[in-house]
Design a protein around this ligand. Structure first.
Ligand code: PLP
Length: 456
């Protein structure tokens, strides 16, 4: 047994091997140690025949090399979103246009008055820069930004309802992707959940009957990522606001994916429309339907916003300068009706005609390439969705390509494309590429990726 163990190469020999020396020692050493100890164990338990041992030893270098390559591959890489899901949280939600980025880079490359009042020569607040534009857009008294909408919910609950009750409909205790659940956030904020009504129906009197000395707030949560149909009723924010006022409670609407009204979305009220009812507080995400940076936008009554600013938690939830700048530029694009600067909006409003011609162009590009004969390819109508846990009841007429590799099974084909950064959908034996979510330059890269996968 000992002589077999001795046939294994030494750690130092492997570390300096020609095939492996391009890797950092810190990457290589743990891989070598764990691989050698695996082989040692197998030898000691007699798991190898002599031939198997010989081939395992031969395999050491290639195995370590492939493991080291995998370990050093960047995990954050650019991909092509051909899923037709526009606000794809796993793929970074909203994309920025170069116009927006060009507007903000001079600020990022320089010092700027993030928290400085030039006239007074004194410290100021980072939140002031977007206040005016938000107030102009929505008619609110004041506004505040935090890291994301989850942070907005946490801050609002913790400020106004720590150790107090928050009344909320059972139909609105939602879970958003990535483990954000309203009852759990309430716990983190030290708020007491007071659920009323039933899953499908909540009446105003359910809220009213639940009000007691412990109540601090009535909260409404937008059922962002699901829709109930049939025998259902949720109370309108207008009635919740009225009831809250009558009982001197705060009303708060977590709107989730707020949109500004530049999109024709049936059955999905815009922030502006909801704010007409003057809720005490309302919050929404910056990178969902708005198409801006990751940020939580809180708008509402100035006295309440002032109280939010007093909460120490705000320091931990604070928004960074990149997001503030990107939000300012995005909001300004809305004000100027320069919607082409907001890719999320552009993608949501592409017409079927534009999409069909985009799909035909992509098909032609592929047919003109060297791998044309390896594929069956067809332009087909598809349906895209907004994604990001918003408007689940809406889908948008789109076009795309239906592909089949003649010599590859669909699941291997899809996985090969994915590994090279082309994210697609499988339908039956086919790959679907929805052109709605393709960005400039993606068509060219798609042909390159297809060529790599099909010519090897
Ligand atoms: C998306 C969403 C959130 C979380 O917002 P993030 O910006 O992802 O933090 C909270 N509430 C609702 C209703 C949402 O739709």
């Amino acid at each position: 047994m000992q002589h077999l163990l001795k046939s294994l190469p030494k750690v130092d020999t492997l570390l300096t091997h020609n095939e492996l020396k391009m890797f950092q020692k810190s990457t290589l050493l743990p891989l070598i140690q764990s691989h050698l100890s695996l082989l040692r164990e197998k030898i000691l338990s007699n798991a190898f025949s002599p031939q198997e041992l010989e081939s395992a030893i031969k395999d050491i270098i290639p195995t370590l090399k492939s493991k080291a390559l995998k370990a050093t591959m960047p995990t954050l890489t650019r991909v092509i979103n051909a899923t037709g899901v526009i606000v794809q949280t796993n793929l970074g939600r909203s994309v920025f246009s170069s116009e927006i980025l060009n507007e903000i880079t001079p600020f990022l490359r320089s010092y700027h008055t993030l928290e400085y009042d030039l006239a007074q020569g004194k410290r100021s607040e980072r939140y002031t820069h977007t206040t005016q534009i938000l107030c102009d857009m929505f008619g609110c008294e004041d506004a505040l930004l935090v890291n994301n909408n989850a942070a907005a919910v946490l801050l609002i609950l913790n400020t106004f309802a720590a150790h107090k009750e928050v009344i909320i409909s059972r139909g609105e205790l939602v879970e958003i992707g990535g483990s954000f659940r309203i009852p759990e956030v309430m716990k983190s904020a030290s708020s007491l959940l007071c659920e009323v009504g039933t899953t499908n129906k909540t009446h105003l009197k359910d809220y009213e009957n639940a009000i007691n000395e412990q109540s601090a707030m009535i909260m409404k949560v937008h059922q962002s990522n699901f829709k109930q149909i049939g025998f259902v009723k949720q109370c309108h924010i207008k009635d919740i606001i009225q009831l809250s006022r009558k009982h001197h409670l705060i009303d708060y609407f977590d709107l989730g994916s707020g949109h500004i009204g530049a999109l024709p979305l049936a059955d999905e009220p815009s922030v502006r429309e909801i704010y007409k009812y003057k809720p005490s507080l309302l919050s929404f995400s910056g990178d969902k339907l708005l198409g801006g940076p990751q940020v939580g936008i809180i708008i509402g009554k100035s006295q309440l916003i002032a109280q939010l600013k007093q909460n120490q938690l705000l320091r931990a939830l604070r928004v960074d300068k990149f997001s503030i700048l990107a939000l300012m530029a995005t909001l300004k694009a809305y004000q100027d009706k320069a919607y082409h600067k907001i890719p999320t909006l552009t993608m949501l409003t592409l017409t079927p005609k534009e999409l069909e011609s985009k799909a035909k162009n992509l098909k032609k590009r592929i047919l003109d390439s060297e791998i044309a004969s390896e594929l069956e390819i067809e332009v087909i109508p598809l349906r895209s969705i907004a994604g990001g846990g918003s408007v689940p009841h809406l889908s948008f007429d789109s076009f795309g390509l239906c592909l089949r590799a003649k010599k590859q099974e669909v699941k291997y084909f899809e996985s090969a494309l994915r590994t090279l950064g082309l994210i697609s959908c499988i339908q039956g034996n086919h790959i679907l590429l929805d052109v709605r979510t393709l960005l400039e330059g993606d068509e060219e890269r798609i042909v390159e990726i297809l060529t790599k996968v099909l010519s090897s």
